[in-house]
Design a protein around this ligand. Structure first.
Ligand code: FEO
Length: 169
């Protein structure tokens, strides 16, 4: 039995994942506008991953007999000063998401809600990966700085990313 409090937190998390999808899509658009389509691709794939996260939570609420309540997704920013700022904002955002998921796990632990803690284990592992990737990209964009050849190569590298749906999706 999953409490209403947990259902509410997971519903709120669905909105946070949807917001992350919007944020990354907006970041993607910024890079496409600069003709950096590889980096644009990276963020576009990231946006799809966030929608998949929201989808997993949607299924969970339904599976445990909760009521799915969708909230308004805030408008993402669309003005950015430079590429480094975007990567730093993406890392900050992942840290916020991690904190939010930890909060649900903490509440589930307090309630002895093993099904929710088990469900969220996948997300805890995912956040480790996401923070690690985001942090690496911040380091790389700092190395690139204003070097056009390095930026070209970085863009090529990120063009390789493809969306891979998680098992069960
Ligand atoms: Fe769904 Fe990037 O956290």
């Amino acid at each position: 039995m999953v409490s209403e409090k947990i259902i509410n937190l997971v519903n709120e998390q669905i909105t946070k994942e949807q917001y992350a999808a919007q944020l990354y899509l907006s970041m993607s658009a910024w890079f496409y506008a600069q003709d950096l389509e590889g980096i644009g691709n990276y963020f576009r794939v990231q946006s799809k991953e966030e929608l998949m996260h929201a989808d997993k939570m949607f299924d969970y609420v339904n599976d445990v007999g909760g009521k799915i309540i969708l909230n308004e997704v805030p408008k993402p920013p669309h003005e950015f000063d430079n590429a480094q700022e975007i990567f730093e904002k993406a890392l900050d955002h992942e840290r916020l998401v991690t904190k939010s998921i930890f909060n649900i796990v903490k509440t589930a632990n307090e309630e002895g809600d093993f099904s929710t803690t088990s469900f969220l284990q996948w997300f805890i592992n995912e956040q480790v990966e996401e923070e690690s990737s985001a942090s690496t990209l911040v380091s790389k964009i700092k190395m690139v700085k204003d070097n056009p050849s390095a930026l070209y190569l970085f863009d090529q590298e990120l063009a390789q990313r493809v969306f891979v749906p998680a098992a069960g999706n």
